[in-house]
Design a protein around this ligand. Structure first.
Ligand code: OXD
Ligand code: MN
Length: 586
């Protein structure tokens, strides 16, 4: 039962608008979710998978025109265009509401309205925030029940507060021409129409926890970032936490759940996963930066996930998981995707549900096919995951997919320079969003698609947070696991071996190792990255750490072009850092 007057009033208004046949409040009980699973199986919306091999797991297929986030149809509807900034699409809020309400009018007729009260962060924790999502999709309800904390306890925690985020999702006809993902940061409102793809419709994730929350963070003095959070436990039992931002599909989930190389495991090293995609960070009473993962599950990219790349993610998908757009193995009613193993099923349907023959060379799973898995399934989930008080961050790491420019790792000169390093992040695009794959694009702090306000103001907010943190500020680094040699081969093994780089990062935080100054920042001495047990020579490491002035002088031209769009709004500190880089490159 909803008692909160502000929730009741809005739900009533949306009922009048969308005209549902039935209304169901999601109470969070297993019994209710089970009933919905059964209904979805009956209508074909989901396929129940092999209960012995994959207990509680389901397969879903989206419409073929609806397989990724649609950044060109995602809008920030602030009062002025300037407040949304040049990196966002903007729509006048009045016009947007009118257009969206026209589309949503009667959209639930013949359908059921599901009301999902959800908490981003553990229910009732000081860090957490509450949202209500209305949807006509059981798939959305069941995904939200994995990705967030849903149900009656959330309404109880909300009490009569008006501090919550409205979210309306209507599948409509999945018409790509009328697909809109709109955010109204000044009204705490999200409206998503004509899509059924997770990133567009699980409104707690990108829409709330990043776009709306980044806006709230700016006004309330905290940060909402596109970052994984991991804890690295040393043999003496001490755990240090790292938050890291990478563009979509650049291995965040893999890094977040990394298994240390055997030698390190034997020594007692361990990695704990706090989160794989989003970090909400606040300054704690001790003056340090504390982070929580507001989510409750993983919405991970399936292709490439396997026993070697990410055994912990794979283990997380073994029960209670919803798979989207992967291959259906008809022989044993399980799932498969490219890169899972070398044995594609013989008797199978591809992600579109068509008979599929792997030997013909066409991919079976969509490159952006996904698993929605409960975080509690992860064998290395941090004991702090559910605590609600967060974890103290020692280092912030930025990264991207760069063939040449960025070295394996470098440390920024200080917080202000680190904000500059984040602001010049660029990466080759992936399948997580529609559009060309493999094109280098600027993606500051991996937030370009997710910042809910003017990116220049976002840089200013980062600088402001640094001033507040003072000497307690985490150190800021940049990594690149994807550097290629002249033949186009990856030079660094990546995956679990990335821990060798994390060790250097933490050693730097603790003042244990020296470094070499370069024009862009500090890189390791080649003796300080442990190469024991991997097939990387000192010479290759030297190449991996090389900062090529010619390449960087070209990079400077790109940065100048990218910055141009911010005009006078670009903070003076960022301009000064850019001038500093240019002069060091001379
Ligand atoms: C995601 C993304 O789904 O960044 O996490 O696209
Ligand atoms: Mn992401």
């Amino acid at each position: 039962m909803i008692k909160n007057a502000s929730v009741l009033a809005w739900v009533e208004e949306m009922k009048k608008l969308t005209n549902p046949d039935h209304v169901v409040l999601i109470d969070g009980s297993e019994a209710q979710l089970d009933e919905l699973r059964a209904q979805a199986v009956k209508t074909g919306e989901m396929i129940k998978l092999n209960e012995e091999k994959l207990p509680g797991c389901y397969l879903h297929r989206t419409a073929v025109n609806d397989v990724a986030r649609v950044e060109d149809r995602t809008f920030i509807c602030t009062d002025t265009k300037e407040n949304a900034g040049p990196t966002n699409n903007w729509m006048d809020p009045n016009e947007a509401y009118k257009m969206l309400y026209d589309i949503a009018k009667g959209a639930y007729a013949g359908r059921t309205m599901y009301i999902i009260p959800y908490s981003m962060g553990p229910v009732g924790s000081e860090f957490s925030k509450i949202g209500i999502e209305l949807t006509d999709s059981i798939y959305v309800v069941l995904n939200m029940a994995i990705m967030t904390r849903v149900g009656a306890a959330v309404l109880e925690a909300l009490g009569d507060s008006t501090d919550w985020v409205k979210g309306l999702h209507c599948k409509c006809d999945i018409d790509a021409e009328k697909r809109y993902i709109c955010h109204f940061p000044q009204d705490n409102t999200i409206i998503s129409v004509n899509s059924g793809y997770g990133g567009n419709v699980l409104l707690g994730k990108k829409c709330f926890a990043l776009r709306i929350a980044s806006f709230l963070g700016k006004n309330e003095g905290w940060m909402a970032e596109h970052m994984l959070i991991l804890g690295l436990e040393k043999p003496n039992g001490e755990i240090k936490y790292i938050a890291a931002a990478f563009p979509s599909a650049c291995g965040k989930t893999n890094l977040a759940m990394l298994i240390p190389p055997e030698k390190y495991r034997n020594m007692g090293y361990k990695v704990w996963c706090v989160g794989d995609d989003i970090a909400w960070m606040r300054i704690g009473e001790d003056g340090r930066l504390w982070a929580v993962n507001p989510e409750n599950g993983f919405f991970g990219v399936a292709p490439g996930t396997n026993e070697k790349s990410n055994p912990n993610a794979l283990a997380s998908t073994k029960s209670g998981t919803i798979f989207t757009n992967v291959v259906h193995n008809l022989d044993d009613n399980t799932v498969w995707w490219e890169g899972l193993d070398k044995n594609p099923p013989k008797n199978a349907l591809n992600w579109k549900g068509e008979p599929w023959d792997a030997s013909k060379g066409e991919k079976g799973a969509h490159p952006n096919s996904r698993f929605t898995a409960p975080a509690k399934n992860c064998p290395c989930i941090s004991p702090e995951f559910d605590s609600g008080k967060g974890v103290p961050i020692s280092a912030i790491v930025f990264g991207g997919r760069r063939a040449k420019a960025a070295p394996l790792v470098y440390e920024s000169r200080n917080w202000q320079n680190g904000v500059f390093v984040g602001s010049i992040m660029a990466s080759e695009t992936t399948a997580a969003a529609t559009g060309a794959v493999g094109v280098v694009r600027n993606d500051p702090m991996a937030m370009k698609p997710f910042c809910g306000y003017n990116m220049a103001d976002y840089f200013a907010h980062w600088l402001e947070m640094g001033k507040k943190l003072g000497d307690k500020a985490p150190k800021i680094f940049n990594v690149n696991w994807f550097r290629l040699d002249d033949e186009g081969n990856f030079m660094w093994p990546g995956f679990g071996d990335n821990m060798r780089v994390l060790n250097w990062i933490l050693d730097r935080c603790e003042g244990k190792v020296d470094a070499v100054e370069t024009p862009i920042g500090y890189v390791p001495k080649t003796d300080d990255i442990d190469l024991d047990g991997i097939d990387v020579t000192k010479e290759t490491l030297a190449e991996l750490l090389d900062v090529d002035k010619d390449v960087w002088n070209k990079e400077v031209e790109n940065i100048a072009k990218f910055y141009e769009q911010f005009g006078d709004k670009l903070p003076a500190e960022i301009k000064a850092e850019f001038e500093g880089l240019k002069s060091r490159l001379q």
